[in-house]
Write a protein that binds this ligand. Sequence first.
Ligand code: ADP
Ligand code: MG
Ligand code: MG
Length: 889
Amino acid sequence: MSSSIVKPIYFFDEADGNNRALLGGKGAGLAEMTKLGLPVPPGFIITTDICEKFYEAGKRLPDGLMDEVRKSIKKLEVSTGKKLGDAANPLLVSVRSGAPVSMPGMMDTILNLGLNDQSVEGLARQSKDARFAWDAYRRFIQMFGKIVLGIDDRQFEKEMAGKDLNDEKVLRKVAASFKSLCENTGKKLPDYPYKQLELAIDAVFRSWMGKRAMEYRRQYGITPDMANGTAVTIVAMVFGNTGQDSATGVVFTRDPETGVKRLYGDYLVNAQGEDVVSGKANPSHIDQLPGQMPDVYSQLQQVCEKLENHFNECQDVEFTVERSKLYILQTRTAKMSALASVKTSVDMYHEGLIDKTEALKRIDPEGLEQMLYPRIGPQVKLKPVAAGVAASPGAASGVAVFDVARAEALGRRGEKVILVREDTKPDDVPAFFLSAGILTTRGGKTSHAAVVARGMGKPCIVGCSQIEIDTESCSFAVAGKTIASEGQKITIDGSTGRIYLGEVPTVDPEITSEFKEILQWASEMKAIRIRANADTPESATLARKYGAEGVGLCRTERMFNQHDRIAIFVRMIMAEDDDERRKALAELELLQRSDFRAILKEMQGLPVTIRLLDPPLHEFLPKEEELMMQIFELKSSGGPRTESEMLRREKMLRRVHELSEVNPMLGHRGVRVGLTFPDIYEMQIRAICEAAAGLVKEGVKVEPQIMVPQVAIVNELVAVRHLFESVKREVEHRHKIKLKILFGSMIEVVRSCLVADEIAHVVDFLSFGTNDLTQATFSFSREDAEAKFLPFYLEKTVIPANPFQTIDQKGVGRLMKMTIEMSRKVKRDIEIGICGEHGGDPRSIEFCSAAGLNYVSASSHRIPIAILAAAQSAIRSSKDSRLSRFLSD
Ligand code: ADP
Ligand code: MG
Ligand code: MG
């Protein structure tokens, strides 16, 4: 073989433990531990390069590889004083998989290789324990049969069921029956150990392309440049199944749930490794080990300490005790809960193991979300009845209600309600406020229900197609079986998408001191400002608590949607004459003024960007079918009780017809409404100016910003600016003060990007509305895209990521860059930010920092995530620039 070029095999004591790409994580870890002087059994690694060669050659082991393996086994024989296949003192080995990126349990491993009918007797004599030898043999046949010969493990399990595996005679019979199971396949379990070894190596390489492994790589986005194959690690066996002074287990150097510094794990006495992992037996908690094996426990503590000090990360360690002697068989970075990863990162900084930058880099921003919401308690072992798409995190319990009006009524009485619907509409929003959680059977992560629920911080599951709602009987069914009727308690977990029957106990989120510390560090490190999308004073309070530096988007229509207000808004739309209309507008103005006042006050002089009315007016009226139904019902029930009741509905229906549009998304909305019904914008602008003026006179610092949605043409802005200036002058004059209010435009229409220079002349700031801009750039309507073809596109990688979650850098991103450049040419200091859901997406934040935006605005609940993501991208970019400076020197 081409071993002159590529060295195919490395022993643990000669390999470079940093080279995970070549040795796989498991091999590299074993090499590193050997160098540290930890008790690792001897062994060697066949590199991932050989795995690549194996596949290049059409799944064939490279010529000459087995000669190299044979030489290496000889070396192992020398160091262990045993011999592979020997009838007197046999060497047994494990043949283990291990890729450069951890893929726990996704590939195969064979233990006790080297046993046959002769060597098993040798092992029995040598160990003076025939039960143990035959136990090892039956395990080997089972693993080999399953992995190499492809026999269903259940067949072996069936043979063993109910048998006393502590009895040597029984084990002999089991081994014999296992062997015949193998022969039934027409293949044979080879006696010759080198043949066993060859087939095992071949099988481990094959498991790289096994279904499980491929699916795992797809799920976790592990690409060939991250991991090119699996290494095969061959390790001299040590035995945890040689009696009461032997054991096997797994230990974490810190508690992976809480991050507390103490050993955490499980072990089993008189067992082999796979018994613990497979979950077939009930292991003991590691806390019991000091009582049973005090010396081993204290050694294990020392090993863990040494490993942490070396790797500076919490480790997940496999160990085996053979006749009171401790061996370490694997170490890897532990997977931890968000809580634990925050705690350990901060603790390790204070312990002097890592610096702040390293601590920040370790925490997954998305994971933080887990910490900010109530969750299902870890002790809960209930089975969910169904699962949908996790759309807005947190867990909530309440009575299932299938009707919006009933949900509102119950909610107002203080009852906890879970609103269960096929899908939701803007009309349903008042019911959202009064529900503890929302569950829909249709829609994706950016469906209406999902977006609104996330904005409110309410737990939400969408697209749960397993559930069928029967609106007649007010119940829902799963697989044709009725599960819950209206009024019954259910629990939804919007972090996992799982639905449970009854009230499941939840744990409240806690802002730990470590969490605060991490946020503090991240705020110092980041290079872009973080603002919040907040429509209510409560949400603004939360945003400030998490460290937001202003409100980047305050949606005024959300305020109208509150229950008591929608009626006034409807009255304004329905007004017969100017007088009536003015009256309704005046009422709305007072309400809006107090809303703005509360938010401005809460933000204490930080900028608050208020968007003028955006949706089309018909969104505030009942749906056409609904009205027709009501009219029909009134008529068929013998006529209305009062004439006016009927007239009111007929009038409303007429108005709905007048306002109805073929395509509301592209219709009469945003600034288009602002110009055609100028008194609405005027009312809103006055409410903002008055709120600001009132606070200024009280000595409260304020910085309101007025933002116009859906702008496509500069003249639209000119007209609104004109209105704004005149209202502002009038308010200033009345209160005899000067107001500082910035005026800006949303950039969410493609044309506004193309004329960004014109727009820049008229405004003080720009804010990208990336949701609408994405829709417009792709000509995708978001809901249709996500319901119909985006999942397919993503699966087939037609598109690398959902552009509604992560900014499409090539298309939308290019428009954004162009806009930034054009507008800054006109106004160097023009403030530019983004609002919309992308503001809370770590990858989008990275893009926004790089593109030179002044801020991103994310939903209040995602502020910590955004701050951390911003810090991480600052760390990365400072490293990149250091690197590029270094390269250019
Ligand atoms: P996985 O990646 O699925 O954990 P491993 O290769 O780590 O597979 O092995 C499975 C189990 O067998 C583990 O518990 C491991 O500790 C144990 N094991 C592997 N090699 C040996 C060995 N040489 N001696 C004793 N136990 C071993
Ligand atoms: Mg393992
Ligand atoms: Mg928009």
